[in-house]
Design a protein around this ligand. Structure first.
Ligand SMILES: C[S@@+](CC[C@H](N)C(=O)[O-])C[C@H]1O[C@@H](n2cnc3c(N)ncnc32)[C@H](O)[C@@H]1O
Length: 534
């Protein structure tokens, strides 16, 4: 373990848990483990992710294992390291099987071979973890599936048949305690089982989060945490509705969440009021935190006043949810967009009261953004994403160092960079419903630069110092600095603002003007939604 500022605690309701062993500041690593117990790349990601270092690459640059032709690597070094670690045991098995086994079966098989043999005993950390065997047994269909998967792994690993109970229990432990392994932008790529981190309990208002950097995994503080305070992560997407979160937690983890957000049915606006975010002078130029909190209070007040209207909308919300689901399954891109536009129009009450952070509105906007990305309408995607950031994200994740928010800002910077590469006439053509003077008023290179400065300030607290994500951000920043150097202009002032903050009054003023332009641009999101077709 590279660092550990936690200790195990016993909670009468939650079982074992983790607590901070010292006062922690927001963005500080609590636990860092460079080689977790087990990571398995899932089927859908095998073609684009190196099975050892977990870096995403073009399919063409990853080399297939010539034996099994299933796993891929970015370099011979990764291939050798994975061979020593596990692949020497798995390669011949993958060659023999007609297809790739399900990820939980591969994970169980690997755990049996690497850790449980030769005595076929649990390691002490896994042995004490929650397994929910009695709960799982109550669901006949699910239990049959578990037994089938355990049998498969038992046979593949040549584990003696009398160890079947132990193998089944290990599968249940992994099902309850494994995490999704993700890329830095939160894209799921597989499964990670690490017993130390598995001790962290859940809250829908977490004070910590899990971050992957290749194979390395960290538990990071989202807020300041006092010594002795329990550490909570979120097992589910905590921006989803209360019913949605609770159903998922019950189904997968067998508990009724008793967190403050669930107990009091907090809206994102209320959560935002309850959250202490780290101050960021620079980010304050994009949106002012005090204004944000007072706007959150206004929205919350409005929600309380229109409770009846929202209750009446229940049917509309479930129709909107069905439209989101339909948009994900249809093969026609035009239909996909139309379903989402219909969902937006069904929830006009939300729009009229600017309640954009209330579920399922952010999901609809996210899906719209993805539809524009998938169809290469990148300038439309930029405007929707700016709108999402300023109207949903800052309430849903009030902490500026939340990795999803920081990743979003980075994506905004990349889309701004794309917009900066277009000739003014082409840019206008892609966004014909935005007045020419609005577009001409924004220097997209300066905007890329200013947003990258924000990202580079926040990334050490969201993704960690020295991580690959930090490397990508620094690379983009160096590139835009070079462009700025070559063309003259305000790049120097922005660089001063980066290093001196508010002391650099000129830089601050320039950044402030840039962000005003971006807020104006975000204000055209509904023009895009109404008028930009695929
Ligand atoms: C990943 S484990 C966490 C460690 C676990 N408490 C233990 O003792 O092994 C997940 C399990 O912990 C319990 N748990 C976690 N968060 C909880 C919460 N907020 N309320 C009730 N139970 C919780 C549930 O039994 C859940 O299935």
């Amino acid at each position: 373990m590279d660092c550990n500022h936690s200790q195990t605690v016993k909670d009468p309701v939650l079982g074992n848990g983790l607590a901070a062993s010292k006062d922690l500041s927001a963005g500080e690593p609590i636990i860092k483990i460079s080689e977790p117990f087990l990571i398995v790349v899932e089927k859908d990601a095998l073609e684009r992710v190196c099975s050892y270092c977990l870096i995403e690459s073009d399919i063409s640059s990853l080399k297939k294992c010539t034996g099994c032709k299933v796993v891929r690597y970015c370099t011979p070094i990764c291939q050798k390291a994975d061979w020593r670690l596990i692949h020497k045991n798995e390669c011949s098995l993958l060659q023999r099987l007609p297809g790739i086994p399900p990820t939980p079966v591969r994970a169980l098989y690997q755990a049996l071979l690497r850790y449980i043999r030769p005595a076929f005993e649990f390691d002490s950390r896994s042995a004490s973890l929650e397994h929910h065997v009695p709960d799982l047994k109550k669901d006949r269909k699910r239990w049959d599936e578990i037994v089938l998967q355990a049998k498969g792994a038992l046979e593949f690993s040549k584990t003696p048949a009398d160890k079947m109970d132990m193998v089944t229990r290990l599968l249940c432990i992994m099902a309850t305690n494994a995490f999704r392994a993700t890329l830095p932008d939160d894209t799921p790529i597989g499964l990670c089982y690490e017993p130390t981190l598995a001790l962290a309990n859940h809250s829908c208002m977490p004070n910590a989060f899990i971050m992957f950097d290749g194979r390395s995994i960290s538990l990071m503080a989202l807020n300041a945490i006092k010594a002795g305070e329990q550490i909570f992560i979120s097992y589910v997407d905590f921006t989803k509705s209360r019913d949605h979160r609770r159903a998922e937690l019950k189904q997968r983890y067998f508990f009724d969440c008793g967190c403050e957000k669930c107990r009091h049915s907090y809206t994102p606006y209320r959560v935002c009021q309850e959250t202490t975010a780290i101050p960021s002078e620079k980010l304050a130029l994009l949106y002012d935190y005090k204004t944000l909190v007072s706007q959150a209070a206004e929205r919350e007040h409005e929600i309380q006043a229109m409770q009846q209207g929202l209750n009446d909308l229940k049917q509309g919300i479930s129709v909107a949810q069905s439209l989101i689901d339909l948009s994900k399954t249809t093969a026609s891109e035009k239909e996909r967009l139309n379903f989402l536009k219909q969902a937006i129009s069904d929830l006009s009450l939300y729009k009229n009261h600017k309640l954009f952070a209330l579920p399922p509105y952010p999901t609809i906007l996210d899906e719209l953004y993805l539809a524009y990305i998938d169809n290469e309408h990148l300038t439309s995607a930029l405007i929707i994403l700016l709108f999402i950031f300023l109207n949903c994200d800052i309430y849903n994740w009030p902490q500026p160092n939340h990795p999803i928010r920081v990743t979003r800002l980075f994506t905004i910077a990349r889309l701004l960079k794309y917009a900066s590469s277009l000739e003014p006439a082409n840019l206008e053509q892609t966004l014909p419903f935005i007045p020419r003077e609005v577009l001409a008023g924004i220097d997209f290179i300066d905007a890329t630069h200013a947003i990258l400065i924000l990202v580079s300030e926040l990334a050490p607290l969201s993704h960690g110092q020295g991580t690959r994500f930090m490397g990508q951000v620094e690379l983009e920043l160096r590139e835009v600095e070079e462009v700025q150097r070559l063309r003259g202009g305000v790049g120097k002032e922005l660089q001063k603002w980066q290093s001196e903050g508010n002391v650099s009054t000129d830089g601050r003023k320039i950044a402030s003007q840039i962000f005003t332009g971006l807020r104006t641009l975000a204000g055209f999101a509904f023009e895009v939604i109404e008028k930009q077709n695929l």
